[in-house]
Design a binder for this molecule. Structure first.
Ligand code: INI
Length: 178
């Protein structure tokens, strides 16, 4: 079988020169502060400068989408990282909020064109949340930070490729003929 080179456009994991906003909910702060520490760590390890990371706190997960949208619309950030922790309780509050938060963050990303990383834990209980905030299941904050870096670079790579194609149109006629 002949080996074929697979061409894929991917975003790299370099955060150098990029600007990030991290929206973090205070509700369940025991968990969300751990997500934040890990997201911060992920961004710095990827090469982001501290001055280019802005942390924005909101009361609870429900408030994340509107804050993320406001930040995205400033066009000052390459990506927005959303961090929160929803834990199912005895009431329907969790069920009402969880879909709204997920949809709102996705909608903000799609309508503004700014990558948003989803670092909102949706858990049955505190144990599950702890596991995903640095214990058995890694840390969702770190994961979200790397996803934000990758998607910011992917956007640049895709836009760069298209502007190259458009740029071809400006070549002299001799080079344009095929
Ligand atoms: N906010 C959370 O971030 N996590 C939760 O688990 C949660 N629960 O279950 O109630 C929660 N509620 C608060 C909500 O996000 C809003 O801040 C509040 O309703 C005010 O708008």
């Amino acid at each position: 079988m002949t080996k074929r080179r697979l061409n894929a456009i991917e975003g790299n994991l370099s955060a150098a020169g990029k600007r990030f906003a991290v929206v973090v909910a205070r509700f369940n702060s025991f968990i969300t502060e751990r997500l934040l520490q890990s997201a911060w760590d992920g961004l710095l390890r990827s090469g982001a400068a501290k001055k280019n990371i802005h942390i924005v706190r909101v009361p609870g997960a429900f408030e994340i989408p509107s804050a993320a949208r406001t930040l995205a619309e400033t066009d000052k950030y390459d990506a927005i990282i959303c961090l929160g922790c929803l834990i199912r309780g005895d009431t329907a509050h969790y069920d009402v909020i969880v879909n709204e938060v997920t949809r709102g963050i996705g909608q903000s990303a799609q309508e503004t064109g700014i990558p948003h990383a989803f670092g909102v834990l949706t858990c049955e209980n505190l144990e599950q949340a702890i596991d995903r905030a640095g214990l058995k299941m890694g840390n969702k904050g770190f994961e979200a930070a790397l996803a934000a870096v990758e998607m910011a670079n992917l956007k640049k790579a895709v836009v760069g490729r298209w502007s190259l194609v458009v740029g071809k149109c400006n070549l002299p006629a001799r080079k344009r003929k095929r």
